[in-house]
Design a protein around this ligand. Structure first.
Ligand code: FES
Length: 397
């Protein structure tokens, strides 16, 4: 069943890739590749079963008992319900559209800021839907770039998200020789000042919608994808990096409003990081707090968790039932100019004087016993220390 599902969906994926190629950016002889990592989301409901299957069988993302059987079973059981959700937000996820636009705007900005590494070209490497990591890496090699910057689009690092995408790159090169490209890695950028500024702008836009008399009492509720407590106890840095983004945003916002960080999108029966966003809305309503803004602090573009879970399930259904008077949801950064400036700032600093791979990335969670993580860290140490453009350095490795 698994094989036929993959076969059927790979036909869909291949049709999709043809569309992607037609849409892809045409840059003559790019010198620097910017590889944008993200999970991706189904562009059509046909992609939902394969998308769920890939998530549920990815042990970096989620660990289930007898995963090879339970994962496909959960994926197939949830497919219809998830397809329905995508239909309710217009038939698919906009994540490809936003990532592609962000990539175009980012490389345009970089071409102006850094003529010596231009032309820059972006490549999208999604984990669970096309264009997949391997498609992006094949394209990077085919284009003959001199330098490739792997740039995570999850600003806050987690071994389950960015870690999983990076493991997919390590898997790709497991049985093949490394190309003559200088690779480097930006795996986290949670406290970039422009990132904090764009979230602050998004909140200010929504604060304006509240009556002036109560505006400074509106509760600002930052919400991020939750994480299993098992991963938190292992030492995953995600919770404190999300908290750092919240603090940086509040510092830019400079308003007296109260704020909290809550967690959404839990799956399965095991305990995850709390309080959950929907429970928090209900609990605050009981405390008499009836004006609030939800801020998706860990998503750089709109997708199902913002458009369906926050907008439809929480702002509409949960808030109505709890008797909330007014609830707004801050937009994701998408193509906001300050967000593009944040991306460009992160990449330019990295190109100018960043380490090719950070010591923080090369360290492991205190309770990590995964051989896969161990292999991956060693792989990146090698991948990012080889500079074929400086043969004297490469010769020493
Ligand atoms: Fe975090 Fe292995 S689980 S480094």
């Amino acid at each position: 069943m698994l094989t036929s599902m993959y076969r059927h969906n790979s036909r869909i994926a291949s049709r999709w890739m043809n569309r992607v190629r037609l849409m892809s950016q045409s840059v003559e002889n790019p010198k620097t590749a910017i590889i944008l990592l993200n999970m991706g989301g189904p562009t059509t409901t046909d992609q939902v079963p394969d998308y769920l299957l890939r998530i549920m069988t990815d042990r970096d993302m989620i660990q289930l008992p007898v995963q090879s059987k339970l994962g496909p079973w959960i994926a197939s059981r949830r497919s219809e319900e998830v397809k329905k959700k995508y239909m309710e937000i217009g038939g698919g996820s906009p994540i490809y559209k936003w990532t592609d636009l962000q990539g175009r705007l980012l490389t345009k900005a970089l071409d102006q800021m850094l003529p010596e590494s231009a032309p820059h070209k972006h490549y999208i490497a999604f984990r669970y839907v096309p264009p997949f990591t391997e498609e992006a890496l094949n394209a990077v090699e085919k284009d003959g770039v001199k330098r490739a910057i792997i740039f995570s689009q999850y600003p806050q690092y987690s071994c389950a998200t960015t870690g999983s995408s990076l493991n997919a790159i390590a898997d790709f090169y497991k049985d093949r020789s490394l190309p003559k490209i200088k690779f480097s890695l930006i795996e986290r950028w949670a406290t970039n000042i422009n990132l904090a500024k764009v979230f602050a702008e998004m909140i200010k836009d929504k604060l304006q919608l509240f009556d002036e008399k109560i505006r400074d009492q509106v509760l600002i509720m930052f919400t991020a994808h939750s994480l299993p407590l098992k991963a938190v106890s292992r030492g995953d840095t995600y919770p404190h990096e999300v908290a750092a983004s919240v603090s940086a945003t509040m510092a830019q916002l400079s308003v007296p409003n109260p704020h909290r960080l809550v967690w959404q999108s839990k799956v399965g029966p095991l305990p995850w990081l709390q309080p959950y966003t929907d429970d928090a809305i209900k609990a605050y309503a009981k405390q008499g707090i009836k004006h609030m803004i939800l801020v998706p602090i860990a998503f750089v573009n709109e997708h199902i968790e913002t458009l369906h879970e926050l907008d439809i399930e929480y702002c509409d259904e949960v808030a109505k039932e709890a008797g909330i008077t007014q609830i707004e949801r801050a937009s994701a950064p998408n193509d906001h100019p300050i967000f593009i400036a944040a991306m460009a700032d992160v990449v330019a600093k990295h190109i100018n004087d960043g380490p090719s791979v950070s010591k923080q990335f090369l360290s492991r969670c205190p309770h990590c016993v995964s051989q896969r993580c161990k292999f991956s860290k060693e792989f990146y140490k090698k991948l990012c220390s080889t500079d074929y453009n400086q043969p004297e350095l490469a010769a020493k490795i």
